[in-house]
Ligand binder design. Structure first.
Ligand code: ADP
Length: 380
């Protein structure tokens, strides 16, 4: 007959205490009931009415707008009450306030939509960045090639001037020619670094592996750096492996030399007092080459950053030493291509020690974990 005979305290709190007196057809207007889409809800569609007609209704959600104007989401399930013979004599309904769940779900939907939008934006930005990187790489490759030719010409003519083929030079002129040669070399080095990095990035760095005597490569690199170190008043010494037997690695000799020259020239460049010591030794399957200086050292927060492209601790116009910030990035990548790695140990303010490790000859790159240490005693 459309009357509620019994309701509990929770139902009275959820809807109203006069629930029992209110005919079902008045519920919609009294409790501001609509569908979740805000459409009117016919009394005959209420879960309780449908259950009275014998239907089993499970979890129907509707909105009930309170007198204060706030929407509550209610979820109702209803079942017919039947006599043993099966005749429906009424229905029972359970209502739950699901406003919180609904709001969470709404929030999640919102967050999801926002995330999707941001992912799309990021993808678009990525695409632009990828294109820009490709364009930059292309530009660098072409530029570097184009620059190398004139610089080689400048260096060639400088040599001719130095040989005095067009007449003798006085002391000042000779000094100037020397400066031109030094600056051109610097520029050529810079271009070669950019080209190297591009080659590594493009997976085009070709390495020629052979059995390389570490002692020989170290001695040759040290000999090359000796004049510069001496001119700065720095000691530059080598401590060979303890055993006295040759230490042989599987590496590309030219590239290993490039790594050592880079570490040595950094050590000389950044050290103003004291000296540089190179040591090497073997472990179980690795060789370690250590280049230790008495320079300014590297703050702990920057010990990984210095291996990133273009990163320099002192940057901008305040820089006291030249450089591009590419040397260590290239050196580490080459070391890794050879199955090894480079790391740095440093006491900030008291010097740095750069450690190159490489697989012993006979061990192919990738056989063992790179970064495994060989037991060269830590320096004083
Ligand atoms: P560059 O020397 O051309 O600046 P690198 O990649 O070789 O580039 O080195 C990156 C930075 O790491 C240097 O600018 C310097 O700040 C720091 N660094 C490298 N070697 C040393 C060192 N031996 N002592 C102190 N700082 C160093």
């Amino acid at each position: 007959e459309g009357r509620v005979e019994l309701s509990n305290k929770a139902a009275a709190e959820l809807l109203s205490p006069e629930l029992n007196q209110l005919p079902l057809e008045e519920w919609a207007s009294r409790y501001g009931i609509t569908t979740v889409d805000g459409e009117p809800y016919a009394a005959s569609d209420f879960p309780l009415c449908r259950a009275c007609r014998g239907e089993h209704v499970r979890r129907v959600t509707f909105i009930s707008r309170t007198s204060g104007g706030t929407d509550r989401y209610l979820s109702a399930s209803a079942m017919p009450i039947q006599t043993p013979s099966g005749a429906v004599t009424g229905a029972a309904m359970v209502i739950r306030d699901v406003t919180d769940e609904h709001q969470y779900a709404e929030m999640l939907r919102h967050v999801n939509a926002e995330l999707r939008r941001q992912a799309e934006e990021l993808e678009a930005v990525n695409r632009v960045l990828r294109e820009a990187t490709e364009a930059k790489d292309q530009f660098l490759a072409v530029m570097s090639h184009e620059l190398r030719t004139p610089i080689n010409a400048i260096m060639g003519y400088t040599d001719l001037l130095d040989l005095e083929v067009k007449g003798t030079l006085n002391q000042d002129q000779k000094a100037m020619v020397g400066r031109i040669r030094e600056t051109s070399k610097h520029l050529l080095n810079l271009i070669n670094e950019v080209l190297d990095l591009r080659k590594i990035d493009a997976g085009q760095m070709e390495l020629t592996f052979s059995r390389v005597d570490v002692g020989e490569v170290v001695d040759s690199a040290v000999q090359q750096m000796l004049p510069l170190a001496t001119s700065k008043g720095l000691r530059l010494t080598v401590e060979p492996a303890e055993s006295g037997t040759p230490v042989v690695v599987s590496a590309d000799a030219t590239r290993l030399s490039q790594i050592l020259l880079n570490l040595l020239s950094n050590a000389v460049k950044f050290t103003n007092e004291g000296g540089i010591r190179v040591r090497y030794g073997t472990g179980e399957d690795r060789v370690e080459i250590r280049v230790k200086d008495t320079g300014p050292g590297i703050p702990p927060s920057q010990r990984e950053l210095i291996f990133e492209e273009f990163y320099q601790i002192e940057s901008g116009l305040s820089r006291s030493s030249g450089g591009t910030g590419l040397g260590l990035a290239i050196a580490r990548r080459i070391a890794r291509l050879m199955g090894g790695d480079i790391r740095v140990e440093s006491e900030y303010g008291a010097g740095s020690e750069f450690i190159v490790n490489l697989p012993l000859a006979g061990i192919q790159p990738g056989d063992g974990p790179s970064g495994k240490t060989a037991p060269v005693p830590a320096g004083p």
